[in-house]
Design a protein around this ligand. Structure first.
Ligand SMILES: *Cc1c(COP(=O)(O)O)cnc(C)c1O
Length: 429
């Protein structure tokens, strides 16, 4: 047997990261395995938001733009996120949503290639990339007269970047950890391959920032964006972030040339003059309440720094996902589940995905009714329907992984997932 429940409890007892859990307001009686969709509420956020609402907004009002440093938030919080993704201070800003930021950087990358390597006609990505990434890419491709070429599996990426078609690639746009399968791509190798054929790279870090060490600079990536409400715990709809390599940041206007990205917004001039560096990737007025919550969330990840930081979080995440996958294989055999996420640590993000031909949605609903919160992602021609379990090493315990598998086994063995109430689809799955 992989491990007894007592052994899982013993792992928690000696886990050096265990104290970080106290920084969260976890709802009692819940095993929350969905931090890759919406991170848990940090304990500090409610008080901080109350302060921003009642004091900074309620009392100080407009002065807070200066006195409370509201105007500096995108850069200040950006500097904190920069520490999590391997880039320097002043290179990254918190702003807008992931979708909007993707539009800005993909547009900038295509504009650079149009100037530097005209005639390239492809944006390359994966068919299983998150839909909003593909939709935004379709829009940018239309604007630039490019074609969005989608490969069916990560193994096909090197071929897409090789041979004759490689010379036609303007931009390689990838998500580092696949939202549905949990596959972790090799950012260094793929970036090198793209640069080898003269292509630029745009990386989406939605499922990697805050979950594992990301080394944008060391990998020599060109552009990156990421999400504030998943592993950064910034709250529903939190501002996202955007990074451009300093060698590119000053070259192009990003397409959403709003006043917050102007070199001197409070001169109120009629002509747009982009701010130097990453500042030009801002657009309009930052959402201050969202920014305040995002900062509390980012601080929960930075709190791991004295305890080994992202390397330690990554080690725990791999141990958790390994334990969960092993227990599922051992205790849920014969119930039609297939492990979709890779077993090799170097290819796995921080989630475990299980496929099942029938009932995946209902099984997730039955688990939620038992207090085990994962989610369901609909399949397509390439990928089957998936039960998805995200492991946030900041607050997830080994015994929770153990108990979650026991609930899964009970749901499958009892057949309780077949009840009608678990088979009615909600708007959000
Ligand atoms: C979650 C996620 C997004 C979300 O984009 P929004 O603009 O916040 O809706 C985008 N891309 C990927 C890969 C994601 O996982």
């Amino acid at each position: 047997m992989t491990m007894s429940r007592d052994q899982a409890l013993a792992l928690d007892a000696k886990d050096p990261l265990a104290p970080l859990r106290a920084a969260f307001s976890l709802p009692p009686g819940r095993i929350y395995l969905d931090g890759n969709s919406l991170g848990v509420l940090p304990a500090a956020t409610s008080q901080r938001l109350r302060e921003v609402v009642e004091h900074e907004w309620g009392t100080e009002l407009i002065e807070s733009w200066n006195s409370a440093g509201w105007i500096e938030q995108p850069g200040r919080i950006g500097d904190k996120i920069a520490r999590l993704v391997g880039v320097g201070p002043g290179e990254l800003v918190a702003a807008d949503s992931t979708s909007v930021n993707l539009y800005k950087v993909l547009h900038a990358a295509c504009a650079m290639q149009r100037a530097d390597r005209p005639g390239r006609r492809l944006i390359v990505s994966e068919r299983s990339n998150f839909p909003t990434d593909l939709y935004i890419a379709q829009s940018v491709a239309r604007e630039f007269g490019l074609e969005l070429k989608l490969v069916d599996a990560p193994e096909a990426l090197p071929a897409a970047l090789g041979g004759e078609s490689g010379a036609e690639v303007a931009v390689l746009m990838l998500t580092q950890v696949n939202y549905r399968t949990g596959v972790l791509l090799d950012m260094a190798a793929l970036t090198a391959a793209a640069h080898g054929v003269g292509a630029l790279t745009v990386w989406d870090l939605a499922h990697s920032a805050g979950a594992l060490p990301v080394a944008l600079k060391d990998c020599d990536a060109d552009f990156a964006i990421g999400c504030g409400y998943k592993y950064l715990n910034g709250g529903p709809g939190a501002p996202a972030f955007v990074w451009a390599h300093p060698r590119h940041a000053d070259r192009f206007w990003q397409p959403l040339s709003g006043w917050m990205g102007h070199a001197a917004p409070f001169e109120f001039t009629s002509d747009y003059r982009p701010a130097p560096g990453i500042g030009r990737y801002l657009c309009g007025t930052p959402a201050i309440l969202g920014m305040a919550a995002l900062e509390c969330g980012v601080d929960t990840v930075l709190a791991a720094e004295p305890l080994g930081g992202l390397a330690a979080l990554r080690a725990k995440s791999l141990a958790l996902t390994d334990l969960f996958a092993n227990l599922v294989e051992e205790r849920c055999t014969g119930h039609g589940l297939t492990l979709v996420s890779p077993r090799e640590p170097a290819r796995r993000g921080s989630q475990v995905c299980l496929a099942r031909d029938e009932g995946a949605y209902a099984i997730v609903q039955a688990l939620i009714a038992r207090g085990v919160v994962g989610d369901f992602r609909a399949g397509d021609a390439q990928v089957p329907d998936i039960l998805r379990f995200g492991f946030t090493p900041l607050y997830t315990r080994f015994v929770e992984a153990w108990d979650a598998v026991e609930h899964l086994r009970a749901v499958l063995e009892s057949g309780e997932w077949k009840r009608a109430e678990f088979n009615r689809r909600n708007a959000v799955t």
